[in-house]
Design a binder for this molecule. Sequence first.
Ligand code: PEP
Length: 256
Amino acid sequence: MKRQAIVAANWKMNGSLPLIKEMISGLNSVKLAENVNVVVCPSTPFLSAFALNAKNENLQANIHLGAQNVSEHKSGAYTGEVSTDMLNEVFVNYVIVGHSERRSIYKETSTQVAHKVKAVLNAGLTPILCIGESENERTSEQTDTVLASQLQPVIDVIGIEKFIDVVIAYEPVWAIGTGKTASPEMAQATHLFIRQFLANANELIANKVPLLYGGSVNAANCEELFAQTDIDGGLIGGASLKVDEFKIICSSAKGS
Ligand code: PEP
């Protein structure tokens, strides 16, 4: 089954204008395999600068701009929030939705996340829907139940057919920013569970959804992770702030 591969950079609340420029010129020289797309998600104040610099530097077409979050509301009295229309105006193509930090720190529920996914799709943008279990949930063998409980509300709100335009990032919470990566076998087994869960609703769609792995991916472990059948790239935090390391990760992705 042919699926696009995606390597996405989640800068979180890090980065600067100089890093935007450095990343754009670094990525312009990276050799990407066919069917691989790269998405850089800087903080909101840097989105326009990325778009402008990317245009000026003639950035290769398969490198895109992403946002780290968005409001589920169209517009109005939501101080501090950013709408999908605003993201469209600054040439954003992808939006990370439901990152574990948004779920745990800002108490986003799976239903709210589902409505954000819907808003992103309605605006013609691509959501990168993050799901993942905590360490406790993994050790008490609740991983599948947790992932199902995060996916089902999205299926209920948007319908399985719309998943054709959704990217899913499986990010075990215990692996994010900890240096503890899931083994390639563990990550593959969980990705397979996710694909089968979607396949219960629609097999054709399930086989087309890119499933990214996230959680302490780096230049040393990316190749083995990306070699797994159901891992179609990665969502990269810490290592995406280092241009040379991120380039290695991007060039190790293979479109399947
Ligand atoms: C993330 O924040 O999505 C992430 C995967 O972070 P890190 O790569 O630093 O674990």
